[in-house]
Design a protein around this ligand. Structure first.
Ligand code: GZL
Length: 324
């Protein structure tokens, strides 16, 4: 009798081993392979910390790779996760395109893929299970709406054109494409607002400063506004504006995106006028989705993070409550 029971139990276990989602025995820890963009900004650092903290809290084994903002490094990391037979792969794609081949390899290996923070542009959306992150187009709209309604800028528009220079994020990345789209969508109804220069600062402080120096050399005091796709580039640009003898936040009104601590410090110092929130604290949501995927539960195809807008006048009050 005992032998029959033992054989039946081992047969059940054998079947479970081939049914994804049920394959994990109770005590086996989930293994997540995560390919991160890099460490280019305060936002990214906070995002990485959120992911690592949440994995530890949930008892998920995290295999983490930093791609130093290079797509080929992310593709290599994903291939390595496939070879290691991780349970789930998640990544923040540095750019939108060029992912089909490696995502097809993950699908063929029956390893689910979750997109965190940024989206991919692929025809077959069965190549990824869920995309969690901000609505970057809406962030661009919010930046433009705040700018158009900002009283000192309204006064400028009453007298003539408002000349804007734009520091774009990483070329080809979802946030750079979408933040530009959202900002320009609102500006369509504000003809006095003109983007006179636009160039990538690759989301970094150093490049943001370098490109702003070039803008100032070319346009000088003609520049009324800087729109930066992230706070790090805005903070770099603030240095360039001061070195050019101008007052950031006054001679050049500055609106940027992320709402990292550095932006609140710049607003409190009167050097930045508004930051649109883009939360990097995606770790808990990601781990919850990972556990659901492994358990064979349904996961929403799109999970949007809720965010706000922080103008200079609320910075001092809000700053103590900021988590990143
Ligand atoms: C947005 C994220 C962007 C941040 C930048 O979700 O992908 O990348 O806005 C970061 O600070 O570098």
């Amino acid at each position: 009798m005992k032998r029959a029971v033992f054989n039946a139990a081992s047969a059940v276990l054998l079947v479970l081993a081939f049914v994804p989602g049920l394959a994990l025995a109770k005590d086996k820890k989930i293994v997540l392979g995560f390919s991160q963009v890099g460490a280019e900004s305060e936002w990214r650092t906070a995002n990485t910390q959120s992911i690592k903290d949440a994995a530890a809290t949930e008892g998920i084994t995290l295999k983490f790779s930093d791609a130093q903002q290079r797509q080929e490094n992310q593709i290599k990391a994903i291939r390595s996760f496939i070879a290691q037979r991780v349970d789930v792969i998640a990544f923040s794609p540095v750019v939108e395109t060029g992912w089909e081949p490696v995502l097809r390899e993950a699908k063929a290996a029956r390893i689910p893929v979750i997109l965190s923070d940024r989206a991919v542009d692929v025809k077959d959306d069965s190549l990824w299970v869920s995309f969690m992150g901000s609505d970057f187009v809406e962030e661009g709209r919010r930046a433009a709406k705040w700018l158009i309604d900002y009283p000192p800028v309204k006064e400028l528009a009453a007298k003539g054109d408002v000349n804007i220079v734009e520091l774009q994020g990483t070329v080809g990345s979802a946030p750079a494409i979408d933040r530009k789209q959202g900002f320009e969508e609102v500006l369509k109804n504000a003809p006095k607002f003109k983007i006179i220069r636009s160039q990538t600062g690759d989301f970094t402080r150093a490049k943001g400063k370098e490109v702003m120096e070039a803008f100032l050399k070319a346009e000088g005091k003609k520049i009324n506004v800087l729109y930066a796709h992230n706070d790090d580039m805005a903070i770099g640009a603030i240095q360039a504006i001061e070195e050019a003898g101008l007052r950031p936040g006054k001679d050049v009104v500055i609106v940027s995106i992320d709402a990292v601590k550095g932006a609140f410090e710049a607003m409190i110092a009167g050097k930045l006028n508004c930051t649109v929130e883009c939360s990097p604290l995606l770790g808990p949501q990601l781990m919850s989705a990972v556990k659901d995927v492994v358990a064979g539960k349904p996961v929403p195809k799109r999970i949007v993070t809720e965010e706000g807008v922080f103008p200079q006048e609320v910075a001092a009050k809000e700053f103590p409550h900021r988590k990143y």
